[in-house]
Write a protein that binds this ligand. Structure first.
Ligand SMILES: NC(=O)c1ccc[n+]([C@@H]2O[C@H](COP(=O)([O-])OP(=O)(O)OC[C@H]3O[C@@H](n4cnc5c(N)ncnc54)[C@H](O)[C@@H]3O)[C@@H](O)[C@H]2O)c1
Length: 261
């Protein structure tokens, strides 16, 4: 059940909306429904209109282009966020990942150096850069909460997930170190490990339908995960209900991670 007004007076920056199926959008909708004011970033002209239309539907005061590989983009965006939200920020949603399509099929062993670092830069380092820039804005508000999106492929070998699994392992460890550093400022940092959700990014993983079918067959709950399930869990982690939860991974995967076979 949605608690009305859980985010009244709160401000959030959401990175990673590409379209209405994005996990970031499911989280954003939940935050907006419960009273938060939201700023969005998008990457690339191709998705700009989608993101602007979605942002408008929740009366967002700021939509900014941001490629997380660029420190200049990140610094500009966090400056704009500070201006839009009177020098403060309460919540940060990091829902960004990328690996070249050819590295999400075939053998992990064949990943070339440049594309290995590209996947880690976009999918893991970006959380570090965003958290560093969010820190003073959250400190100005007396604390904050950051949520990122991970996957079991960072803990176990999942065929085809390949370099993205290595990026998620780096993301998970970064999340824990950030939780330690930023805990001093009353900023919490957590991750959600989602089961397969049909999104744009998921479509580039070879064998994604097999991943879905296996979760349905072998997870304790025998059902698919929807983006809205992830939205609800993220809202919990971002809310004061989770005030003593940090440095952790919350699994929204129908229980699949608990199984050995
Ligand atoms: N869909 C799933 O099954 C699933 C499962 C577990 C975790 N996740 C994670 O959830 C997150 C969101 O993915 P999604 O499934 O909603 O797909 P999505 O394609 O909707 O979102 C991925 C986002 O990353 C953004 N992005 C890529 N490169 C970028 C860059 N250089 N700069 C800024 N943004 C960039 C894209 O624009 C897009 O908005 C990712 O971290 C993904 O790994 C997804």
């Amino acid at each position: 059940m949605v608690s009305p007004g859980r985010f009244d007076g709160k401000t959030a920056l959401v990175l990673g909306v590409a379209n209405k199926r994005s996990i970031a959008w499911a989280i954003a909708k939940r935050l907006a429904d419960e009273g938060a004011r939201l700023a969005f970033t998008f990457q690339g002209e191709r998705i700009e209109k989608n993101v602007r239309d979605l942002a408008e539907s929740v009366s967002s005061p700021l939509v900014a282009e941001c490629d997380v590989r660029s420190d200049a983009d990140l610094e500009r965006v966090f400056g704009q966020v500070g201006e839009a939200f009177d020098g403060g920020l309460d919540l940060l949603v990091h829902s960004v990942a990328y690996a070249a399509a050819e590295d999400l099929e075939g053998r992990f062993t064949d990943t070339p150096r440049d594309r290995f670092w590209l996947a880690l830069d976009i999918s893991a380092y970006s959380l570090v850069a965003c958290s560093r820039l969010a820190e003073p804005l959250m400190e100005a508000r007396g604390g904050g909460s950051i949520v990122t999106m991970t996957y079991l492929g960072g803990e176990r070998a999942v065929p085809h997930y390949n370099v993205m699994g290595v990026a998620k392992a780096t993301l998970d460890a970064s999340m824990r170190y950030l939780a330690w550093d930023l805990g001093q400022k009353n900023v919490r940092v957590n991750a959600i490990s989602a089961g397969p959700v049909r999104t744009l990014a998921a479509r580039s993983i070879a064998g994604f339908p097999t991943m879905e079918a296996i979760v349905e067959e072998r997870s304790p709950l025998h059902r698919h995960v929807e983006a809205d399930d992830v939205g609800a869990a993220a809202a919990f982690l971002l809310s004061d209900d989770a005030r003593n939860v940090t440095g952790t991974i919350l699994y929204v995967d129908s229980g699949f991670h608990a199984m050995g076979m």
